[in-house]
Design a protein. Structure first.
Length: 318
């Protein structure tokens, strides 16, 4: 175990009506200090990673206590600069290979957007293929190896670890794929589970991000509102909107979260695509089996969403 400062050791300050957490542990937008004292007591954010060095910024055992208490903890330097560079090279090669016609004048900064402007089948094929990018699997394997050497799987009691990467793509100024407040009913496969949410490009209120509701994971699996079948959401009476934290992270930094933590998408209002790498860390020995009454609401939410998505596909094919 290295002696670098914990990635969850600096006090967190926040504005009373909106909280934005960044890698320095300070609010990205300053405001009222009305809730600052309370938030200092409840949160431990991160110290600047620049003095620590990216190679050393991994998860420490004491950070797990923060995750268990608050549902998440910010971790700097999860993806290294050279890995970010390789990913961006892949994106650039994709654009130069598949882009047809001139760039969309609305997105001159990011011609990648044009690749997703094609028909649904082409878009879905491209996206599903991008999740298999070799660089993403190399990053995932390297992080898994780092966690194993540091004792993460031992600390969490994972006997049969499952580790796999997912890629999230948020195009500028679109509501496609935005999720309301929810728990990870789709990706949670085991009762012992964590997720690393890592910004491959800057994540904030302009470029898109994720908002979190600290401590809500302690409610356990909750029943989602299925009024919009394709977008199950948590009823607003189960959380306090004023308590939300909006992540503000540079490329390479991320958060370790509990899948039961309430969270939601923050839209991308920039002119550039946001990419997020999500690495699932789950224990197959604690697999959630069909019919488990503790997770009946998750099974219902997932089945409802999948049925709605399939119905939409069938409608578009008519």
């Amino acid at each position: 175990m290295h002696n670098a400062p914990s990635a969850c050791s600096a006090p967190f300050q926040a504005r009373s009506w909106k909280r934005t957490l960044n890698r320095s542990g300070k609010p990205a937008v300053r405001g009222s200090d009305g809730c600052a004292l309370e938030m200092r007591k409840r949160f431990r954010a991160i110290e600047s990673a620049s003095a620590i060095g990216y190679e050393q910024c991994m998860i420490e055992r004491r950070q797990l206590e923060v995750v268990r208490s608050e549902g998440f903890c910010v971790v700097p330097g999860l993806v290294h600069r050279d890995e970010i560079g390789q990913f961006e090279q892949n994106i650039g090669d994709l654009v130069s290979t598949f882009q047809s016609g001139g760039p969309d004048p609305n997105f001159r900064e990011d011609p990648f957007v044009n690749l997703f402007a094609n028909d649904r089948k082409s878009r879905d094929l491209l996206f599903s293929s991008m999740e298999r990018l070799a660089i993403l699997h190399r990053i995932s394997a390297r992080i898994e190896d780092d966690l194993r050497r540091q004792g993460f799987f031992e600390w969490t009691g994972m006997r049969v670890p499952l580790v796999w990467p997912d890629l999230r793509v948020d195009l500028p100024w679109t509501s496609r794929g935005l999720l309301p407040v929810h728990q990870d009913y789709k990706s949670a496969k085991a009762t012992t589970a964590f997720r690393l949410w890592i910004a491959l490009r800057p994540a904030n209120e302009e470029f898109g991000s994720m908002c979190l509701y600290p401590g809500t994971h302690r409610q356990g699996p909750v029943t989602h509102d299925l009024e919009e079948p394709a977008r199950p959401r948590i009823p607003p009476d189960l959380y306090d909107e004023t308590e939300k934290v909006i992540l503000d992270l540079p490329a390479g930094d991320g958060v370790l979260i509990d899948p039961l933590l309430f969270h939601a998408s923050v839209p991308n209002r920039s002119s550039r695509t946001k990419f997020t790498l999500m690495i699932q860390l789950q224990d197959l020995a604690t697999l959630i089996l069909p019919g488990d009454p503790r997770y009946a609401s998750f099974e219902q939410s997932l089945n409802t969403r999948l049925a709605a998505e399939q119905a939409l596909v069938e409608h578009q094919q008519q």
